[in-house]
Design a protein around this ligand. Structure first.
Ligand code: ATP
Length: 281
């Protein structure tokens, strides 16, 4: 069916090391996914069922997608992702079926992490009929049904086959306030994790990660000032700052071919700081 064809299964290649900072977020995700696998006997003995889903919330450009991908890579799970608004645009009139197919696909490639980016678009508060379309209500109902259905194939009985059919759902949103409370009930998104702006330590790590592959003159760098000057920037903005700095170095080299080496210097970052400004969040 058409609603199935465009669902692409990825083998994500993001590692925890590719994400600067956010130790606690990483830790929470790892516990939720790794513990039930590693310590299934404890879960069984204590009679607790593993967490089914986590909702990541916070400003855009702050590592939510990266987290979802790294979790899939590091736990050797397949990765299926869909953007909330896409469900309505791509599969007009078939969005509900697309949700069903997405989970069917996830089961067929399990263990799998299903990532719903901008989940508020498909699971906002059920308002009166004028504001929330029937289509939206049906999609939300389908999503709830699918999440409830995961239980039977969860790890509660902890056999090897269960791991084979294991699905974990991650949601991401900038607007958790818009979400339908039904989605946040236990057994659905059991946990809400805030992913905010990077602190100083995280900013330095993010900058260094994005400098890994560039010809950087490290001795010219004033990391301390750069970290201070980038206060308020998101991970995405820090990444584009590094890109701009590299472009500035390139411009420099093109304008002055006598320059023998084309390296990125601190001055190129200073110039980039004029070009990339943190948005107000
Ligand atoms: P949105 O809400 O807009 O989907 P997001 O929170 O999912 O945003 P990401 O897609 O994870 O944000 O981040 C966007 C880009 O910013 C990444 O591809 C990466 O280049 C960079 N980035 C963000 N956070 C980090 C980080 N902690 N470490 C390294 N790079 C980062």
């Amino acid at each position: 069916p058409s609603a199935m064809r465009e669902i692409v299964v990825e083998v994500a290649r993001v590692r925890w090391d590719d994400i600067g900072g956010y130790y606690q977020v990483k830790q929470q995700l790892r516990e939720a996914v790794e513990w039930p696998k590693k310590y299934s006997h404890y879960f069984q003995r204590l009679g607790i069922s593993p967490i089914k889903g986590i909702l990541l919330y916070g400003p855009p450009g702050c590592s939510k997608t990266l987290m979802a991908k790294a979790l899939a890579t590091e736990t050797s799970c397949h990765f299926l992702s869909v953007k909330g608004p896409e469900l309505f645009q791509k599969w007009v009139g078939e969005s509900e079926k697309a949700v069903r197919n997405l989970f069917r696909k996830a089961k067929s490639v399990a263990p799998c992490i299903v990532f719903f980016d901008e989940i508020d678009a498909l699971a906002s508060r059920r308002q009166d009929d004028q504001t929330s379309s029937h289509a939206e209500q049906r999609v939300l109902a389908q999503l709830l049904t699918e999440m409830d259905g995961i239980a039977s194939s969860g790890l509660s009985s902890s056999s090897a086959e269960d791991i084979e059919s294991w699905i974990f759902v991650l949601g991401a949103t900038n607007r958790p306030d818009l979400l339908d409370p039904a989605l946040l009930r236990p057994g659905r998104f059991d946990r809400l994790v805030y992913v905010g702006l990077p602190d100083a330590e995280a900013r330095e790590q993010i900058l260094r990660i994005h400098c890994r592959c560039m010809p950087l003159n490290d001795s010219s760098m004033d990391w301390k000032s750069l970290v201070e000057l980038t206060r308020g920037m998101t991970g995405a903005e820090l990444a584009s700052l590094c890109r701009e700095a590299t472009l500035n170095a390139l411009k420099h080299a093109v304008d002055d071919p006598s320059m023998s080496s084309q390296v990125v210097e601190y001055c190129h970052f200073q110039k980039a700081l004029q070009q990339v400004k943190p948005r107000t969040h």
